[in-house]
Design a protein around this ligand. Structure first.
Ligand code: 13P
Ligand code: SF4
Length: 307
């Protein structure tokens, strides 16, 4: 923390000067998450904070699609992403044109889009979802459109995991999260063998056979809440590495077993980059106003659901 302290102090001073807030995803390293983050959470919580923030500037400590979501919900604000290379394998797997073609193939079928997508894709969407509300959103969309089928894109694994929890038929896309698709059922069995009694929590972007081996599946905040509420003696979070670091700091009595995968995109964001971003006001997220208008509706529909 000693190396981080000067950055943390300089960033927090600049935040006051520029009336800026930092929205930090659960996958940020602890010095960002605890040192400079004003709001921390999963994708849904960060989107809600962006919508209600009264700051002039939002710095997204997360990946590009999250910064786009903030800009869509708060177009009058300056939204900064400290590193333009902070992408996402799910967001880059599909384009707005791909969605238009799917809609032609399945006329009348509602399109539910995971928030891990670009603004162009959201603009073609009926309602968005996150990993914490996907089942409820899919069931809501089927009811509202009067269909027994829903398009849920672009994560094939999230789609399969949701399909296992509902009677609605699901059409999906071949996207995957490069962090979660690497976990296997064999990994979980080995972790259990080496750590008897360990509680296994997994993210719904993991393949279905991984979730079948887990004790609980939930969004990043879902996993964090599970640990807080249940205080397991031994736990493993089958997700991005920084999650365990952040949750461990708040749960000193819990032992964390640590196999995890790093997200190279999330790790593009660091304290020097956040400081530079506030000093230079770069990189501003700009989206065509027409796309903002179209992309806002499915996000707002999701936020308005009583979940
Ligand atoms: P949540 O924080 O919504 O669980 O999403 C995880 C993720 O992979 C975001 O990049
Ligand atoms: Fe995308 Fe996966 Fe990284 Fe999240 S963890 S930003 S879903 S690649």
């Amino acid at each position: 923390w000693r190396v981080h302290a000067p950055y943390i102090a300089a960033i927090n001073d600049l935040k006051k000067e520029k009336n800026a807030v930092i929205l930090a995803h659960n996958y940020m390293t602890p010095e960002i998450f605890y040192g400079v983050g004003d709001f921390a959470g999963d994708s849904l919580q960060l989107a809600k904070e962006a919508a209600k923030s009264d700051a002039d500037v939002i710095v997204q400590a997360g990946v590009h699609f999250m910064a786009e979501t903030s800009k869509i919900l708060a177009p009058e604000k300056t939204v900064l992403i400290p590193d333009l290379r902070a992408g996402c394998s799910l967001a880059s797997s599909i384009t707005g044109e791909d969605v238009r073609l799917m809609k032609q193939k399945y006329p009348g079928v509602p399109v539910v889009t995971y928030v891990n997508t670009t603004a162009d894709v959201k603009a073609e969407t009926d309602i968005c979802c996150t990993s914490s509300n996907a089942v409820e959103v899919v069931e809501h969309a089927a009811q509202e459109f009067g269909t027994d089928t829903v398009i849920l894109i672009p994560d094939q694994f999230l789609a399969k995991n949701v399909a296992a929890m509902t009677d609605i038929k699901i059409v999906t896309w071949a996207g995957a999260c490069e962090v979660h698709e690497r976990f296997t059922a064999e990994d979980i069995r080995e972790i259990r063998e080496g750590n008897p009694g360990v509680v296994v929590l997994a993210h719904p972007e993991c393949p279905p056979e991984v979730l079948e081996e887990a004790d609980f599946a939930g969004s990043t905040s879902g996993m964090s809440n599970y640990v807080k509420e249940n205080q397991p003696k031994n736990v493993v979070l089958i997700t991005e590495c920084s999650m365990s670091d952040n949750v461990a700091l708040e749960n000193p009595k819990v032992n964390f077993v640590r196999p995890c995968n790093l997200c190279p995109h999330m790790k593009r964001i660091d304290l020097p980059g956040i400081l530079r971003s506030l000093q230079t006001m770069e990189h501003k997220v700009e989206i065509d106003p027409e796309i903002i208008e179209k992309a806002r509706k499915p996000i707002e529909r999701m936020i308005a659901l009583p979940l």
